[in-house]
Design a protein around this ligand. Structure first.
Ligand SMILES: [Zn+2]
Length: 343
């Protein structure tokens, strides 16, 4: 592993994101700060961190820098290859494409886009990072391991800092459902605590077939059950995508490739139901585009990025669907914050 502190106190670490490392604070053991702190406070990274990786579709090498941000910044992207470009939020109303991956863009200049954000968003959701600036030198994030493990590794290397501002969590107040073709749907329901998810899928390829996976989101379960579960693709689909110049960075190192009843990766699957677990990982990432963590139950059947984004847009189209979990007795504070997110 290469970890290179550079300029004094506020250093940027460069890492080989493929190698695991445990860093205090986000490895399941509370750090000194967190033992004395609260789950109700916002967080950011303790230090900036840098890595390089291959973009899935263009196949080019991109630089990724994750940097700390102040309270109430949220998750924001910036294109470092476009001089002077403004940052923009990784929020549901800035998602402009969901066909191959979740793509966020600036509303002032849609050419400032960042694709394949969902695996990093899932890592940020699971690691409870509220505020971060994500700077990338191209229109796609690096695909790294095709899952969230490598992003969690980066976050753990950077460390997590607790801020002194209360965290606002979105509570879903009533069932909200969107439907797609062939019986596909995605739904959010009220829940007593945290975010629970249940995913079911059905694919004609016998290697996938019908699968279901359900989980309550917490960092440890995320790491043990889904973070390492790779994206997957049919052999015919990846051949087609590569014929039209896409998926150039896709390989057996960062995707499970399925051909009928066969899995073409020599080592096979990493775990049973890896496909459903990856879909659940995607949903964890896409739902973090709500702009805040969520208290809800999510149910997805044959769902994907498109339905996940439609679901968030439907939730926030009616203020009766949601509220902030009250952290303070003052209703006026909650109302002010509601306006900020809905804007
Ligand atoms: Zn994915």
């Amino acid at each position: 592993m290469q970890v290179t502190p550079t300029h004094g106190g506020n250093t940027t670490k460069s890492v080989d994101a493929k190698r695991p490392e445990t860093v205090s604070g986000i490895d399941g053991t509370p750090s000194r700060l967190e033992r004395n702190g609260s789950k109700n406070l916002q967080t950011t990274l303790a230090n900036p961190i840098h890595c390089q990786g291959i973009a899935l579709h263009s196949g080019v090498t991109v630089d990724l820098i994750l940097s700390p941000a102040t309270a109430n910044t949220g998750v924001r992207f910036q294109r470092s290859d476009v001089e002077g470009s403004p940052s923009f939020p990784a929020r549901y109303d800035h998602i402009i494409d969901t066909r191959l991956s979740t793509v966020a863009a600036s509303d002032s200049d849609p050419s400032l886009r960042v694709a394949t954000i969902e695996h990093l968003m899932a890592a940020l959701n699971a690691c409870e990072i509220d505020n971060i600036l994500i700077s990338v030198s191209g229109p796609e994030l690096p695909v790294l391991d095709g899952a969230s493990d490598a992003f969690v590794f980066l976050i753990r290397c950077a460390g997590r800092q607790i801020l002194d501002t209360p965290r606002q969590v979105i509570e879903i107040l009533r069932n909200v459902r969107v439907e797609g073709e062939n019986g596909a749907f995605a739904e959010l329901r009220p829940a007593q605590r945290g975010l629970s998810l249940a995913i079911s899928l059905s694919f004609p390829a016998q290697a996938i077939g019908n699968q279901r996976y359900a989980m309550q989101l917490d960092e440890q379960r995320f790491m043990e059950e889904v973070a390492f579960c790779r994206t997957f693709v049919n052999r015919q689909d990846i051949e087609y995508l590569q014929s039209i110049g896409l998926a150039r960075g896709g390989s057996l190192d960062n995707a499970v490739v399925v051909d009928g009843e066969n899995i073409l990766n020599p080592a096979g699957l990493k775990i049973e139901r890896e496909f459903a677990r990856h879909k659940l990982l995607d949903a964890i990432g896409d739902l973090y585009c709500a702009g805040h963590r969520m208290q809800a139950g999510f149910i997805g059947h044959k769902s994907g990025h498109t339905l996940n984004n439609k679901l968030l847009r439907k939730v926030f189209s009616d203020s009766a669907n949601w509220c902030f979990v009250p952290l303070a007795p003052s209703r006026s504070v909650t109302k002010t914050l509601r306006a900020r997110v809905a804007a």
